[in-house]
Design a protein around this ligand. Structure first.
Ligand SMILES: Nc1ncnc2c1ncn2[C@@H]1O[C@H](COP(=O)(O)OP(=O)(O)OP(=O)(O)O)[C@@H](O)[C@H]1O
Ligand SMILES: [Mg+2]
Ligand SMILES: [Zn+2]
Length: 368
């Protein structure tokens, strides 16, 4: 079972999970040919923005659009989107890389020529909030014009990432977090589709308690829920504790144990970090916590709503600020050397930690 999330991208409006009002609206506008030319899909990660952008593009260009607004999924135009070759009139851009002026000019010069293969040109911009200022201005000018047979679909995870001037020219669709029920239902459907629902591979209680837990830990994202499910099945993890560990990655107890060793200057914490099953994960977690302690020590600011977490922050900030402050310097050094991408033990790293615990960050700087 490989990459369920991507292999099961919805290719009919009926297959979209949740986002009912959005689907209904787009579908009926497709049927009545009244969809506005500039759409903005805004919302959290993994909730169907890209999926629905592809579907909308399919419906706009399908050679045999169904009466109910669904694309046929078999014509050349539909197929080029389903297999993501994008070699016809649907073009996919990434806002974070579409920044060079020449690229933007190229893009806009294609707008004036008619579509080559299909009814419409559809330009999908992922991460539209990351467009350069220049690109945003160019878009603004384009959106003021009358657009014939050209559609733009801008996608953004940020609530405020797109300037009001642009938003006011878009039909804005706000995507919501998917509910636990919607996620559970989608996971059940997926298992049925993969012929796993009735297989002996999957314990009965996992089908309800397990899927429920996966869904409640997925932060409203179907992508996240499906990825967790995939790991549960491939690693045969069906108990609640195991599922929670998969989602949270590193369990809190491990981070706590490492911090405890750091403040006791117990060097074996280096080993704990290096030996952990996912070095990058634990490194990031410890590093993030160290940063939070420093911010808390300086400003008393915490973004957490958990009392337990805030108490922990306060404890380390009040009692171990100097140590954490030099830890931060060490972590910065490590990052500069790009060590974290190596994912393996490095003598340099151990030396740096040693000299930190000697309390000599000056020496550390000289060592580099
Ligand atoms: N509402 C949904 N309906 C059907 N499938 C969905 C939905 N949301 C997510 N998925 C599934 O999760 C995967 C990720 O969804 P998609 O790429 O549409 O999310 P997104 O909102 O664009 O996320 P991001 O902001 O991270 O790009 C898809 O491959 C799809 O299988
Ligand atoms: Mg997306
Ligand atoms: Zn079609």
């Amino acid at each position: 079972m490989k990459n369920l999330a991507l292999e099961n991208r919805a290719i009919k409006f009926d297959d979209v999970v949740g986002q009912k009002e959005i689907v209904k609206g787009i579908r009926s506008k497709i049927v009545t040919n009244s969809l506005s030319n500039v759409l903005l899909f805004k919302g959290p990660t993994g909730t169907g923005k890209t999926t629905l952008a592809f579907l909308t593009a399919m419906a706009l260009n399908c050679k045999n659009l169904q009466a109910d607004g669904n694309p046929c999924c078999v014509c050349d135009s539909c197929k080029s989107i389903i297999n993501q070759s994008f070699n016809r009139d649907v073009i996919l851009f990434d806002g974070s890389t579409l920044s060079a002026k020449s690229e933007v000019i190229d893009l806009f010069s294609t707008i004036d020529s008619p579509p080559l293969f299909d009814k419409n040109k559809v330009i999908i911009i992922e991460e539209a909030d990351q467009l350069s200022e220049g690109a945003k201005n160019s878009f603004l000018k384009i959106f003021e014009r009358r657009l014939n047979n050209v559609y733009f679909i801008l996608l953004s995870m940020k609530f405020k990432g797109i300037p009001d001037a642009i938003q006011s020219r878009c039909q804005v669709y706000n995507f919501s977090y998917l509910s636990i029920q919607e996620l559970m239902f989608a996971l059940k459907n997926l298992l049925e589709k993969e012929n796993l629902w009735n297989s002996s591979e999957i314990p009965e209680d996992f089908k309800f308690a397990g899927l429920g837990l996966i869904s409640s830990l997925a932060k409203g994202s179907l992508r996240e829920a499906v990825q967790t499910l995939e790991r549960c099945i491939t690693e045969k993890i069906f108990d609640n504790e195991g599922i929670t560990k998969i989602v949270q990655g590193v369990d809190e107890a491990t981070v706590d144990a490492i911090l405890g060793k750091i403040v006791k200057k117990d060097l074996s914490f280096v080993e704990d970090i290096l030996e952990y099953k996912d070095f990058f994960e634990i490194y990031t977690l410890v590093y993030t916590f160290v940063q939070k302690v420093i911010i808390y020590a300086k400003t008393s600011y915490s973004s957490s709503t958990s009392d337990y977490f805030n108490k922990k922050l306060a404890y380390y900030a009040n009692n171990h600020f100097p140590l954490f402050n030099s830890l931060l310097a060490i972590f910065d050094e490590i990052q500069k050397t790009n060590f974290i991408y190596g994912k393996s033990a490095s003598l340099n790293f151990v030396l740096k930690v040693l000299s930190l615990l000697e309390g000599d960050t000056q020496q550390l700087k000289r060592m580099r």
